[in-house]
Design a protein around this ligand. Structure first.
Ligand code: PLP
Length: 227
């Protein structure tokens, strides 16, 4: 657990150096600690070292940790694929969903978000490599999806998320350009709300930050290798 605190500081330092090299302000990039497969104690250790935002991939696993850590003011992000039969429970327990890739999921989250909670923050996941097997919205369908999502209640469209193929660093710049394109062509999008580029992981956070990432999702470099 001592390691978690040290690793967290190392990751924050890497982010800071990457920002300085890209002539960006370090406060413009947030760290999302990806705690999938890690026990609640590891999340607690990261919290005690100053981390607030945590990312999970599997809904059932996340719910157990959210319940166990309910005494802490944590911000929970779903970053893994979301099936429609899980949207209600996600709308009730998460603050962010990064992996929205079709209108049906966004509609269900909007309807199912409890009225007493603030709007759910969502990002649209982009299928940048156009692989059939991967989740994510095709670029050709993105404009229509954005317009439709903007009309939904109880959710706020915060930005775009991408998981490129290993080594495909140009994907980060392509997604940053997509955000600019959307802002330029869809007047209802406000830059101050549509402000998130969820890009970069343990191995490629520097490339993502240099392309404009505002949120890096880092697991291994903080918590160690997963089983
Ligand atoms: C697991 C995962 C991460 C973190 O990956 P690391 O290489 O461990 O940093 C980030 N994003 C998503 C969507 C993931 O599934």
């Amino acid at each position: 657990m001592q390691d978690i605190s040290q690793h967290l500081q190392q990751v924050l330092r890497r982010m800071e150096v990457a920002c300085l090299q890209a002539a960006r302000r370090p406060v413009s990039v947030q760290l999302l600690a990806v705690s999938k497969t890690m026990p609640a104690d590891a999340v607690r250790a990261a919290y005690l070292a100053g981390q607030r935002d945590f990312g999970e991939n599997y809904v059932q696993e996340a719910l157990a940790k959210i319940a166990e850590l309910a005494d802490l003011p944590l911000v929970w992000h779903l970053i893994g694929p979301l099936q429609s039969n899980k949207t209600a429970i996600v709308a009730e327990h998460f603050h962010w969903v990064h992996s929205v890739d079709r209108l049906k999921i966004a509609q269900r989250l909007a309807v199912q978000r409890p009225a007493h909670l603030p709007p759910l923050n969502i990002c649209l996941q982009i299928n940048i490599d156009d692989e059939d097997s991967k989740s994510g919205c095709a670029i050709a369908e993105l404009d229509d999806l954005v317009v439709a999502v903007l009309a939904l209640p109880n959710i706020v469209l915060r930005g775009l998320m991408v998981i490129p193929k290993a080594g495909h660093h140009q994907a980060f710049a392509a997604v940053a350009e997509l955000r600019q394109h959307l802002l330029a062509t869809i007047p209802a999008l406000e830059p101050s709300r549509f402000d998130t580029l969820s890009m970069g992981m343990s191995d490629d956070m520097e490339a993502a930050i240099s392309a404009g990432s505002t949120m890096v999702r880092v697991g291994t470099a903080i918590f160690g290798k997963r089983q």
